[in-house]
Design a protein around this ligand. Sequence first.
Ligand code: IMP
Length: 192
Amino acid sequence: MQLCFATNNQHKIKEVRALLPATFTLLSLQDIGCAEELAEEQNTIPGNSFQKADYVFRNYGVACFADDSGLEVDSLNGAPGVDSAYYAGPQRSFDDNMNLLLKNLQEHTNRMAQFRTVITLITPDLTQQFEGILRGQILHEKRGTEGFGYDPLFLPDGFTHTLAEMALEDKNKISHRSKAMAKLIQYLTNLG
Ligand code: IMP
């Protein structure tokens, strides 16, 4: 089955390709000729996930799914959340975002947080959403060089390595995105 993953993030394409069974052909936006930036104008993670999948389905007529993720920190009332990519400004710098997070957490002892992904699948017959959550805590210093985003600051519950200290295949076993993807894949498999 051909499915477009509506993202321009090559890290994610790589992660998801490693998770998909061979029966699925994963198409990128480039593969379907979509060169425009997909708008994310909603104020929730599920809203942005739907907006991107809906745009690609309506304009390119291909079955597709889109994800939207964010880091939700308990003592910051869920921030940065839907603003995770732009937390420190429009430059979308991973380092700037992490530094701002460390600063905003300075006064807080509760450093529990979660990554959340919502995937929206749209085919001619249905629209369905899938959620994945990874709980953990925000460290006081960055550790590791793998991955992207807030990975160097995030210590998953039950682990001694941050997401940035893990190999991609180990992160893929526990990540919010892989949990949401597993639900998507199970659903698609049941559909036949
Ligand atoms: P997106 O909507 O999935 O692109 O995620 C928005 C932002 O959340 C990213 O730019 C990252 O800052 C952060 N984020 C999402 N997933 C991850 C992850 O697996 N590790 C670290 N940061 C992430």
